[in-house]
Design a binder for this molecule. Structure first.
Ligand SMILES: [Zn+2]
Length: 158
C-alpha cells in the first residue's frame, strides 16, 4: 500500500468511527501520531511551525548562554563562533583592535621611511597587503604618510 492509499484508508476507517490508535494498528503504522498527521495535515503543519518557532527561541537563548569565549579578552565571541569552520579565533572587538594595531605599526614603519616591500618583510606579509592596508587606512581617516612612490615623495626628493 502506498502512503496515499494508507491515508485514504485511514480516512475511511475514521469515518467508520475508529480511533487513531485503532487505525494505526489496522494500518500497521508506528503511532497514532502518524494517523493524526494524515487526517489533519493542516493542523500538523501548524504544530510543526509552532514547534520550530519554539526551537528557534531555545536556540537563540542557547547561543547567548553558550557562546564561546574569546581567548584574548574572555568576552563573548560573535554568533556562529562554535562552528569550527566559521570560527574566528578572536571576538570582533579583538579583531578590530588587532587590525587597528597592525595599521598603526604599518604607519609607524612608513613614517620611518620604509618602503612597502620592507614593511611587508618586517610584518611577514605581502607587498600588495601592505599597500592595501595603508590605502584602506587612509580612507578610514588614519594619518598615513604619503607613499614614498607618490608625487609628494618625488617632490620631496627633488
Ligand atoms: Zn576578545
Amino acid at each position: 500500500m502506498t502512503r496515499e492509499q494508507k491515508i485514504a484508508k485511514a480516512k475511511r476507517l475514521r469515518e467508520q468511527g475508529l480511533t487513531y490508535q485503532q487505525i494505526a494498528e489496522r494500518l500497521n503504522v508506528s503511532s497514532n501520531g502518524v494517523v493524526s498527521r494524515w487526517l489533519n495535515p493542516e493542523r500538523a503543519k501548524e504544530a510543526d511551525r509552532r514547534s520550530n518557532a519554539k526551537r528557534n527561541d531555545y536556540k537563540r537563548q542557547w547561543d547567548r548562554d553558550n557562546r564561546a569565549e574569546c581567548p584574548r579578552c574572555g568576552g563573548a565571541m560573535c554568533a556562529g563562533s562554535r562552528s569550527p569552520s566559521h570560527c574566528p579565533d578572536r571576538c570582533w572587538e579583538c579583531l578590530r583592535d588587532e587590525a587597528d594595531a597592525r595599521i598603526r605599526r604599518f604607519i609607524a614603519l612608513r613614517r620611518e621611511g620604509l618602503l612597502n616591500p620592507e614593511i611587508a618583510e618586517r610584518e611577514g606579509t605581502t607587498v600588495p597587503a601592505v599597500a592595501m592596508t595603508l590605502s584602506n587606512a587612509r580612507r578610514q581617516g588614519y594619518d598615513v604618510p604619503p607613499s614614498p612612490y607618490g608625487p609628494a615623495a618625488a617632490r620631496d626628493a627633488a
